[in-house]
Design a protein. Structure first.
Length: 269
């Protein structure tokens, strides 16, 4: 079987935490709406692929009642947090497994599979999507969310912001990932053979507040890899961070998150 590869990025600790907090806060509402519109029913058996700390896994479990939900993630620390959340909330028929996504091979069938913002980390997302398709029961469905980083925009135009987007996409491309994976999910679903495919896009926008500093936190978080890979010099990164933070602090500027693509498709009955 063809090997899948996950990209790895050296990310600064403090900036990474702040970035993750902003992303989680602003992605959660659209995820809740996305899965809320799906045909989830009591008794369904589902999989959260790349479950992280289990927030969406617990949401899915609340929607399937006495059904069973399995969360899979490659990071043992994330799985430990997810298990603790389930135990503290006395949630039954939920399971979290620490499995390298590269080595995941479907062994049971599911009524549905959800995966959020994980395909953007893969060098070969088509292979994973094929495995998702193979694990679905006839008539089952997949729900995938991911980003198109080329749609990370500011108003008015800002050189520092545009340069940040360019550098961030360069990092992903260098490591073999697709920075536009969100926009490319639809043709991947078609190639795999999904039917009745649905696509929608969400774009959170920031005018004020700490969330508006997402770009500078992200740039700071990838500074090490930019320098190590000779994509930018330290002096340029420092100058960009200064300009970005000044831009983000202004009340007459606006920043939008990359386009969040939400794609659903069904396996033939």
């Amino acid at each position: 079987m063809e090997e899948m590869n996950v990209t790895t990025t050296m990310i600064g600790n403090a900036a990474r935490r702040k970035r993750q907090q902003i992303m989680s806060k602003n992605l959660s509402p659209s995820t809740e709406a996305f899965v809320g519109d799906a045909s989830l029913r009591r008794g369904m058996n589902g999989l959260d692929l790349g479950c992280g700390t289990g927030e969406t896994t617990l949401l899915l479990k609340s929607m399937v009642g006495n059904g069973r939900i399995t969360g899979i993630d490659s990071r043992s620390t994330q799985i430990s947090i997810a298990k603790d959340k389930a135990q503290r909330n006395n949630v039954n028929r939920i399971e979290f497994q620490c499995i390298n996504i590269l080595e995941w091979r479907p062994r049971v069938s599911y009524d549905f599979v959800y995966s959020g913002f994980h395909f953007c980390l893969l060098k070969k997302p088509l292979l994973l999507l094929k495995q998702v398709y193979s694990t679905l029961k006839p008539g089952g469905f997949a729900m995938i969310e991911d980003l198109d980083f080329s749609q990370f925009h500011s108003f008015p135009n800002s050189f520092a912001f545009d340069r940040f987007v360019e550098l961030y996409m360069d990092v992903l491309t260098l490591q073999g990932a697709d920075p536009k994976i969100g926009n490319n999910l639809f043709p991947l679903f078609q190639e795999v053979g999904f039917d009745h495919i649905k696509v929608q896009k969400v774009r959170p926008t920031f005018l004020t507040g700490k969330d508006k500093y997402l770009a500078s936190f992200t740039l700071e978080s990838i500074a090490t890899i930019l320098v190590n890979e000779n994509l930018a010099m330290t002096t340029e990164i420092q100058a960009l961070l200064f300009e970005l933070r000044d831009f983000e602090s202004q009340s007459n500027t606006m920043i939008t998150l990359p386009g969040i693509y939400q794609v659903m498709g069904y396996k033939s009955s």
